[in-house]
Ligand binder design. Sequence first.
Ligand code: SAH
Length: 449
Amino acid sequence: MEAFRRLRVVNKTLLCSLNPLSPARWRAGQKVFRFSTSPEKRKSQNSMLRHLASKIIATGPIPVAEYMREALTNPVQGYYVRNDMLGPDGDFITSPEISQIFGELVGIWCVSEWMGAGSPSQLQLVEFGPGRGSLANDILRVFNQLKSALGRTAVSVHLVEVSPMLSAVQAQSLTGDQSQVSPSEDEPVYRRSTTVTGLPISWYRQLEDVPRGFSIYLAHEFFDALPIHKFQRTAQGWREVMVDVDPEHSDKLRFVIVPSPTLASTTLIQADEKREHVEVCPEGGVIVQNLANRIAEDGGAALIADYGHNGTKTDTFRGFKGHQLHEVLASPGSADLTADVDFSYLRRMAGKAVGCLGPVSQRDFLRNMGIDTRMQVLLRNCADPSTRKQLLRSYDLLTNPKQMGERFQFLCLLGRGRLEQPKKFEGLKMEKKSPAPLPVAGFTKLSFS
Ligand code: SAH
């Protein structure tokens, strides 16, 4: 109970010390990614289709994972890599873009986990796929407002971003674009700068390039963008679903079930699998394994937030364009492609070196983090009816089970020591107990009264 009380005090103090929200900073209803159908864009879409079709004609059907990787992150024409996809109208909207409260609460989570780990002298904030940089921006504002809590801690920011174009948008938002871009393609750090709040910030293409050390890792709507393999149970056993050129229409792609087992179909399916159709994201699994090893060796925590399931769903591969569902095999490179994250798989891949909590729903996470208290403060300080309406609308979008409240899930990875009950000091005349570990914010129900 003492530990609960301490976390409540920590969170309440952190929440109350945040500045009130300024109406101008309110981003409710903004959209993230833009897709325009300029002639140039259409040409690029066609060339992506041609590129994939000629590959398939030369070597045979390709795994869905290869299709997804090419469509999203092909270095020239990938959806995330092209430079004209950002703007006020987009293909989908994410929680950090809906409300800055989201990032503020995640910022408090970071500080709370840093405290839970004993307030180490170094703190790396590592974010995967930061999009427009909004989440990092809101977190860094919280760090800046909690300077006194962070004391002399050496805080640095590390962004893992595959898209050079989006990295430029992030740099603009986080540094005012003072960033230096590495002239060499081989440099692990391809961009570096100082944030507007005075912290060193660097950009990498992959986790392996991020320096080791105590880190808080964040991945918001990142794992759903990683390539999945698809498998179908057949009378002959598990077979991989692949992407082929439609023999009737050479400008169209179609799904096929390949007749023989593939390396993926023989290695990625669990022996006791009950479903008829399964999606597996091995790239996500490898990243989680690496995160688990880093956390076990260097300390830290990871927070993975995405829409997903616990190993129960089957066909979740979807395309989105202009906030509408989009046929996944149509005009590759023009739409966002995504698959629900299988959190049971991520937990399995994290292994025994770390502790996992969750997944919990976004609604529970945000409420446990004190979103209701924060809303009360903001509403109390806000007289403008339209801003109040926006505040309430964003709150509803984030927490209502029919909106993003239930579909979005939060999983965290922690060093094992973080969750263990403290050991008694043996051999002493009087048994002395160290304090219970601080409960993990967001994953524990707390009252803020
Ligand atoms: N986290 C942001 C953006 C989500 S969109 C938000 O919630 O608003 C997915 C992000 O991941 C984009 O920034 C995209 O460029 C990046 N991304 C996608 N695949 C990636 C990969 N394989 N490696 C690194 N970044 C990737």
